[in-house]
Design a protein around this ligand. Structure first.
Ligand SMILES: [Fe+2]
Ligand SMILES: [Fe+2]
Length: 130
């Protein structure tokens, strides 16, 4: 297992926890596909992951806007950072189909970012988003 459920901090907002839980399944399936260099499966799950992450980020951003959350800008910047990386690696994947590069990104960067983002930005926003 790439990211265990307990490694993703539970936050004080049911909607956010649900988004994270749903996404974790796609993330872990994606990781398995990348590890086993299953090109077809990576193609399919990379697209699914991008869609899932966008729903996750956009839902949180809408919730922050609706609740006039004061740190929305900084929280969104951290989403944007990962949006850019995911788009970049997906574009490179489309051309190179290189699982090694994707695996390296998942091992060295994505997991650390994901768990830290939830623990820092999501946990801070959660109680103020209704
Ligand atoms: Fe989140
Ligand atoms: Fe977030």
């Amino acid at each position: 297992m790439y990211i265990e459920a307990h490694e993703v901090q539970e936050v004080a907002n049911a909607m956010m926890n649900m988004l994270h839980e749903d996404e974790l399944e796609v993330i872990n399936n994606f990781y398995e596909a990348v590890k086993s260099k299953d090109i077809e499966k990576i193609d399919e799950l990379f697209t699914a992951l991008l869609a899932e992450m966008e729903v996750h980020f956009k839902t949180e951003e809408d919730m922050m806007e609706q609740n006039a959350y004061p740190d929305a800008g900084m929280h969104q910047s951290d989403h944007d950072l990962m949006r850019k990386k995911l788009t970049k690696f997906h574009k490179r994947w489309e051309v190179l189909k290189g699982p090694k590069e994707v695996l390296n990104f998942l091992d060295k960067d994505f997991k650390k970012w994901y768990t830290a983002h939830v623990a820092k930005w999501d946990a801070k926003a959660a109680p103020l988003l209704g």
